[in-house]
Design a protein around this ligand. Structure first.
Ligand SMILES: C[S@@+](CC[C@H](N)C(=O)[O-])C[C@H]1O[C@@H](n2cnc3c(N)ncnc32)[C@H](O)[C@@H]1O
Ligand SMILES: [Zn+2]
Ligand SMILES: [Zn+2]
Length: 193
């Protein structure tokens, strides 16, 4: 789903509530070592459901460059992948340049999600809380549209773990009517904050 942010010059003035990336401070996050998933991120403050956590940033590369990099990574025996697909021909690669978001691990029962937003004509990826998160909890999202390294075993520990990273969850297909209602709800609830 592609969400649309107000542009920097919108007419809403300083009260604009439709700029999740610009107007909301990044949450305090701490880099930690996990038992089974390498490095990971824990919340260093309470986060409320729906709140913007951090932007997923990195180098924006095309499919061809992505393929070359994946090939090189495979040769080097890399096991950590920091790639996020924006659309069919664009990938954000946080391998060499990125922020703390690159350390957020996958869970089959996550507490955040990636959302794609159009801001001033650019597609950007934000990580948002899908439930209330207490200080000290591990942050996770579902790597469902990060298909790289999909054959890796998942160690998220969730009851209904899908056992592999990158396996898409089986969701009942949403009708366009239901999808529209969801957008309307998200717009309404974001303007209440
Ligand atoms: C975006 S990085 C996350 C940070 C990474 N743990 C690190 O130490 O830099 C993604 C990589 O972390 C590991 N990882 C993330 N979630 C995992 C999980 N649920 N089970 C096993 N490995 C996981 C995999 O190696 C994956 O390619
Ligand atoms: Zn606005
Ligand atoms: Zn899992």
């Amino acid at each position: 789903m592609l969400l649309s942010s107000c542009s920097s010059g919108c007419k809403c003035g300083s009260s604009c509530l439709n700029k999740p990336f610009q107007n909301r401070p990044v949450k305090k996050l701490k880099l930690v070592k996990t038992e089974k998933c390498g490095s990971g991120i824990v919340a260093d403050e309470d986060i409320e459901q729906g709140e913007f956590v951090i932007e997923y940033v990195g180098e924006v590369i095309d499919d061809k460059t992505c393929e070359e990099r994946l090939w090189n990574m495979k040769h080097r025996g890399e096991t950590n992948f920091y790639l996020c697909e924006i659309n069919r021909d664009m990938v954000i690669d946080a391998t060499y340049k990125g922020n703390k978001s690159r350390y957020i691990n996958h869970s089959c029962c996550p507490n955040t999600e990636m959302q794609k937003w159009i801001i001033d004509g650019e597609t950007r990826i934000g990580i948002f809380a899908t439930r209330d998160i207490r200080k000290g909890e591990h942050l996770t999202y579902d790597y469902q549209f990060v298909q790289f390294g999909a054959d890796q075993d998942c160690h998220c520990g969730a009851d209904r773990c899908r056992r592999k990273l990158g396996v898409r969850p089986t969701k009942p297909k949403m009708s366009s009517d239901a999808a529209l209602k969801l957008v309307a709800y998200q717009v309404a609830s974001s303007s209440q904050k």
